[in-house]
Design a protein around this ligand. Structure first.
Ligand SMILES: [Zn+2]
Length: 676
């Protein structure tokens, strides 16, 4: 196993630098590093604004701002990782606090008038620029415009005040969602159909014949909604969900939406969705809305067909020929259809997916298609036992591309989902050396137990292929500016490359390269189970997407244009849209109060999931048409050159079309949805 120093030495001939993030190990170090980073940033801004305008260059203005922000981001991203992964509570708390401080500091940069003045004075004198640097100039000036800097000073101050009022309200909204609690107590009979193993779990059995379901704990709620045969219980649970955080968040959300509309209006946008989407692929609210409405219409026959099947089951169940599927029982009947028709035992698949074999199998595939080599390095420091450090090199040239950490199993206090964290963005340093990226994967795979190795289910295998795809996007970048590095692409695109890679785990020839029964490796994944998994995916996709699309549309409607002086009726708009696109909900429902996406930066952005999905399906066609399918190195290298390596250094629409070799098409996505 090579040492980091040996790996670093390989970088010199390529004028690049491999840097191991200097992880802090005490809360005091975190606080000191945050203070030092912000002070260095302030000093760099002072140099920028105080320089002699006559001798200013692109590097000493726009370049300098990108560099100082990237330097600070390097530190903040490390703190974010510490906050999510460090075993010490004091370290996590210090990380969280430092991240917040640095975020506020960064927001403060956006309000500096002297900085704006210096950049604005230089902009018209900028020399001929590369595509990437032209974007850096345009985007930087656009950031200031979006903060109100092109308005007269008094009006700009008002916009700033509105933003400053908005931000804490959005935080409060999120906090209220997290804090919302709704216990409901049932008897065993009322929970008929719910598995005993779940009811016996700690905290659920709370009396002789009393079981407490926390509606705010998603797995608990889903357990009842999917399995309970008592319609009255399902109705009670589903209805309770529609009132979570209602009393606090309804007035808050109305205020948030009004503020957003007012900010957009003052900045010269027709609506908040236009403001939010301006910086994304879709460019404006109308384009996003049209995309979503077309899909809603397109998928209606598929949705109706799925619904008819659910309804038939309910009619048989209840003996009521007029039975209708409603918001409180679609999950239950969908689960019944899947169980009866497809009899997929997803647990039985686990034996084919021992963790180590899956990881090595995925490594082999990504190394082969993207032309890479991964090697484990002797890590100078890791934050917990079992965390490993890896180096990535270009297989053909031996050029070191970057580093990644793997932290794959659950631990007390650790981030409890699966995600990739880009901890070091790639970019050209002022010295001209390229700083190569570093990333980390935080996952929570089942630990080994009872003599068996860690065994993944199919969904977890798919998640690994997805998340590691983000790491590839981060590490393989060749963008010159930190702002455009790797995954810093528009939010309605960033998921697409990884969503595309999810196709790999449904492909028999891909799985056969690594998946095998850990007790007898001659046994491969049975093809019939795999095809049933695909059938289940297709059999439920109409309901899945109509639900997604209903959220996307209500988000766009709430944040869309409306006549001046007419406030949006958030609850009414939401309930109306759910009824039109998904299932009608009771008139007094307050779904929006518990829908955290609309206050966490995804406001006027929910459409992005389907948008990216459609691009993912389009991009997958390149591999499907290639000689070796999903294992094709030619298609993989094209992906690496045109998508991963570009980052956001050029318009992603150009990257996508260069990868496809043709204009984008919605047809592959419609085919995936089962729409002919
Ligand atoms: Zn993702």
């Amino acid at each position: 196993m090579r040492t980091v120093a040996e790996f670093q030495a390989l970088a010199a001939p390529y004028h690049s630098e491999i840097r191991v993030p200097p992880f802090e190990t005490t809360p005091a170090q975190i606080r000191d590093a945050a203070t030092a980073a912000m002070a260095a940033g302030d000093a760099a801004i002072d140099r920028l604004v105080r320089q002699d305008p006559a001798s200013a260059t692109f590097e000493s203005t726009f370049g300098a701002l990108d560099a100082l922000r990237s330097d600070a981001q390097l530190v903040a991203a490390r703190f974010d990782l510490i906050q999510q992964s460090n075993p010490g509570r004091d370290m996590r708390d210090a990380g969280e606090e430092a991240v917040k401080k640095m975020q506020d500091w960064d927001i403060g940069i956006g309000y500096r008038e002297d900085l704006y003045a210096a950049l604005k004075a230089f902009a018209p004198r900028a020399p001929a620029l590369s595509v990437e640097d032209r974007r850096l100039l345009d985007f930087t000036m656009r950031d200031f415009r979006r903060e109100g800097f092109e308005l007269p000073p008094a009006e700009r101050k008002q916009v700033e005040a509105l933003f400053k009022e908005l931000s804490p309200l959005e935080n409060d909204f999120q906090t209220n969602v997290i804090k919302a609690r709704m216990p409901l107590v049932f008897t065993r009979a009322q929970l008929a159909g719910v598995p005993d193993s779940f009811l016996a779990s700690p905290g659920v059995k709370t009396g002789d014949d009393a079981y407490t379901i926390l509606v705010n704990v998603t797995p608990q709620r889903l357990m009842v909604e999917q399995n309970c045969s008592d319609a009255a219980t399902r109705l009670k649970v589903s209805t309770a969900e529609l009132h979570l955080a209602e009393d606090v968040n309804v007035p808050l959300f109305n205020r948030i939406v009004a503020l957003r509309a007012e900010i957009a209006r003052r900045l010269g946008y027709a609506s908040w969705d236009d403001y939010q989407i301006e910086v994304k692929m879709a460019k404006n609210g109308a384009t996003a809305t049209q995309f979503i409405e077309d899909l809603i219409r397109g998928i209606k026959p598929k949705f109706d067909a799925e619904l008819a099947e659910l309804r038939a089951l309910k009619m048989a169940d209840t003996g009521d020929p007029k039975a209708q599927i409603n918001f409180s029982d679609w999950r239950y009947y969908q689960n019944q259809v899947v169980k009866r028709k497809y009899t997929v035992d997803s647990e039985a698949l686990r034996v084919y997916f021992p963790y180590e074999r899956v990881l090595q199998g995925m490594f082999a595939i990504y190394q082969s298609i993207f032309g890479l080599k991964f090697e484990q390095l002797q890590a100078p420091y890791v934050w917990a036992d079992g965390v490993t450090l890896w180096g990535v090199t270009d297989a053909r040239t031996g050029e070191p591309m970057g580093l990644f950490y793997l932290d794959m199993f659950p631990r007390e206090g650790k981030y409890n989902h699966f995600a990739e964290f880009s901890i070091q963005a790639g970019r050209v340093l002022p010295s001209g050396t390229y700083l190569r990226p570093a990333a980390a994967l935080l996952c929570n795979f089942p630990p080994p137990s009872g003599g068996a190795p860690s065994l993944l289910d199919h969904q977890e295998v798919t998640t690994l292929f997805h998340e590691f795809g983000h790491a590839m996007h981060a590490i393989l970048t060749r963008a010159h500016r930190g702002r455009f590095s790797g995954t810093s692409v528009p939010r309605d695109f960033v998921e697409a490359p990884s969503q595309m890679l999810e196709n790999w785990t449904y492909d028999k020839s891909v799985l056969d390269t690594f998946a095998a029964d850990y007790r007898d490796p001659s046994k491969k994944v049975p093809p019939e189970i795999l095809s049933r998994l695909q059938e289940v995916r297709l059999a439920t996709i109409g309901v899945f997407y109509r639900r997604q699309l209903s959220f996307a549309l209500l988000d766009l409607r709430i944040h869309g244009p409306r006549p001046a002086g007419s406030p949006v009726d958030c609850l009414g708009e939401t309930n109306r849209t759910l009824g039109e696109v998904f299932f009608p909900v009771p008139e007094d429902s307050a779904f929006i109060a518990y829908f955290s996406h609309l206050a966490g930066g995804y406001d006027a952005g929910y459409y992005g999931y389907a948008w990216a999905d459609s691009i993912a399906a389009d991009m997958a066609t390149v591999f499907k048409a290639a000689p070796r399918g999903f294992l094709d190195p030619g298609a993989g290298m094209r992906m690496r050159q045109e998508i991963y390596s570009q980052g956001d250094a050029r318009d992603v629409s150009v990257s996508i079309e260069d990868f496809l070799g043709r204009p984008r098409s919605i047809v592959p996505f419609l085919t995936k949805l089962g729409i002919k």
